[in-house]
Write a protein that binds this ligand. Structure first.
Ligand code: GDP
Length: 470
């Protein structure tokens, strides 16, 4: 602790007090006026806008000071070092599991890469298989022949998942969950959506032996766990890495930079709603306002724009001339036409995901697997970065996951029939966050759905025994 730290602490506390004064004082004044002289709608609107501006400004300042406080005294480095040690430990276990001394007789878990969906979805399928392999102490063998994206299979772009053991062998495999499968040498795993009895180590569970340290260090331990596994799974091979590096240089990738991913084409109307570029840019603007308060004016306000909509870059550059947009248009073009599932489309989407994961802040829709993949990878090698995103739609989730739950820290009395009563300790199955202060969920105690103030709850971090058998 030093004086700098103490100054920050006081500023945070003062800022919170000023928000209270500003909000309560100005609202009281407005209510008084409303009862006495009936101001016009536009006068009220102007007053509310002024109030919102002031309150947001104070909150932004408190946010900046809170951020500085979180890093003071070397705390950020300390967290980064500890997370990095945990990562090394986890990766060492995986490498050991993936390279058994006797490949011939090792117990294996086999997954087929050809889940009928896009790359983000397939990468999550591979992650799910890797998690099952880790939890059951089996070597993971990925079968990627006839991959829709590339004839050369997985290793046309990535390193193999093992140096010594990539063949399934000739013995017959048992289906996951069938009788005798637990002891069988080879087990084949279905896609997560088809899994009948879900074991406790499915997403979003983290290994029980990492729980204490990880939930202390990170705001969303499962996302970190997923990121570390994916970072191992998706190691570009040397030739592809050179391409990626060239691409980053060609685009002018540098900090500060905000990642924006806009998922459109076939997703709109079926799985997600259309969002205008302005909805994303609100968050980009907020990031740079905050950035400037802390670090001064940046040389450029960079935005990495990844999208499957080939027309968006022109529109964005025209409407937001103050920003420098970096966009790999060859990949968005190929994403929106027939060769999307080709080798070129594959390299484009991987490049976009990896670049998004290296940005300072991510704005996207979590309904897209491309965006969730970038968010997971973003956690690797950094201080806790669980809050460096804004999703315009869903909360973070993993398709096929065990129920996502929050628990009530404080009591709440429902204000109308759309809301839920909360008692401390209540468990609520989370259905979504409206990003307006309220979340939607099912109270396990009351057996009914409703809205509740998100700030009165916290995420339940699931843990499960996972036995890599090392
Ligand atoms: P989701 O459909 O958005 O949940 O994600 P998937 O990865 O399962 O399928 C979408 C596919 O569309 C991707 O694999 C890409 O081929 C393409 N795509 C979507 N968004 C982008 C993007 O931002 N950049 C690129 N290059 N391709 C994208």
């Amino acid at each position: 602790l030093d004086w700098g730290h103490e100054r920050l602490r006081r500023r945070v506390q003062d800022g919170i007090r000023e928000v209270r004064f500003m909000l309560n004082g100005q609202l009281a004044k407005l209510r008084k006026e409303l009862s006495e002289k009936r101001p016009s709608a536009s006068e009220i609107d102007g007053r509310l806008e002024g109030l919102a501006e002031s309150v947001n400004e104070i909150i932004r300042l408190v946010g900046v000071e809170g951020e500085a406080l979180a890093e003071a005294g070397g705390a950020a480095d300390w967290r980064r070092r500890r997370l990095s040690r945990l990562q090394t430990e986890l990766v060492n276990r995986i490498v050991k599991l993936q390279n058994p001394q006797q490949c011939q007789s090792a117990k294996k878990l086999i997954c087929n890469l050809n889940k009928g969906c896009g790359f983000g979805c397939q990468a999550h399928h591979v992650l799910y298989c890797m998690t099952l392999a880790y939890a059951t102490g089996r070597t993971f063998v990925l079968d990627s022949v006839n991959w829709r994206y590339s004839r050369g299979g997985w290793t046309s772009v990535f390193e193999p998942l093992s140096k010594t053991c990539t063949e399934r062998g000739s013995a017959g495999a048992k289906q996951w969950g069938s009788t005798g499968a637990e002891d069988a040498q080879l087990v084949e795993v279905p896609i997560i959506d088809a899994m009948a009895h879900k074991p406790p180590y499915l997403p979003q569970a983290i290994p029980a032996d990492l729980y204490e340290e990880l939930s202390g260090l990170h705001g969303n331990p499962f996302v970190w766990f997923a990121g570390v596994l994916l970072n191992y799974i998706m190691r570009p091979n040397a030739a592809f890495q050179r391409q990626l590096d060239d691409n980053a240089i060609r685009l002018g990738f540098a900090k500060p930079i905000v990642g924006v991913q806009v998922r459109r084409t076939d997703k709109i109307g079926s799985e997600a709603a259309f969002h205008d570029i302005s909805e994303y840019m609100v968050w980009v603007e907020e990031f740079y306002k905050t950035y400037e308060l802390r670090h001064g004016r940046p040389d450029k306000m960079r935005v990495l724009l990844a999208t499957d909509d080939a027309n968006l870059l022109n529109e964005a550059a025209r409407r937001y001339p103050a920003y420098t947009f970096l966009s790999d248009t060859s990949s968005s073009r190929s994403a929106s036409v027939r060769d999307r599932y080709s080798d070129g489309g594959l390299r484009g989407v991987i490049s976009d995901v990896l670049l998004l994961s290296k940005t300072d802040y991510l704005v996207c829709t979590f309904s897209s697997q491309v965006c969730r993949l970038a968010y997971e990878l973003m956690q690797v090698g950094r201080d806790d970065s669980s809050d460096r995103f804004h999703s315009l739609d869903d909360v973070y989730y993993f398709g096929g996951q065990l129920p996502l739950e929050v628990t009530a820290r404080f009591a709440h009395k429902a204000r109308d029939s759309s809301e839920l009563d909360l008692s401390p300790g209540d468990v609520i199955g989370l259905a979504g966050n409206h990003w307006d202060g309220y979340s939607l969920g099912q109270s396990r105690r009351l057996g009914r759905n409703g809205l509740f103030p998100a700030y009165k709850t916290e995420l339940v971090v699931r843990k499960a025994e996972m036995r890599p058998g090392l």
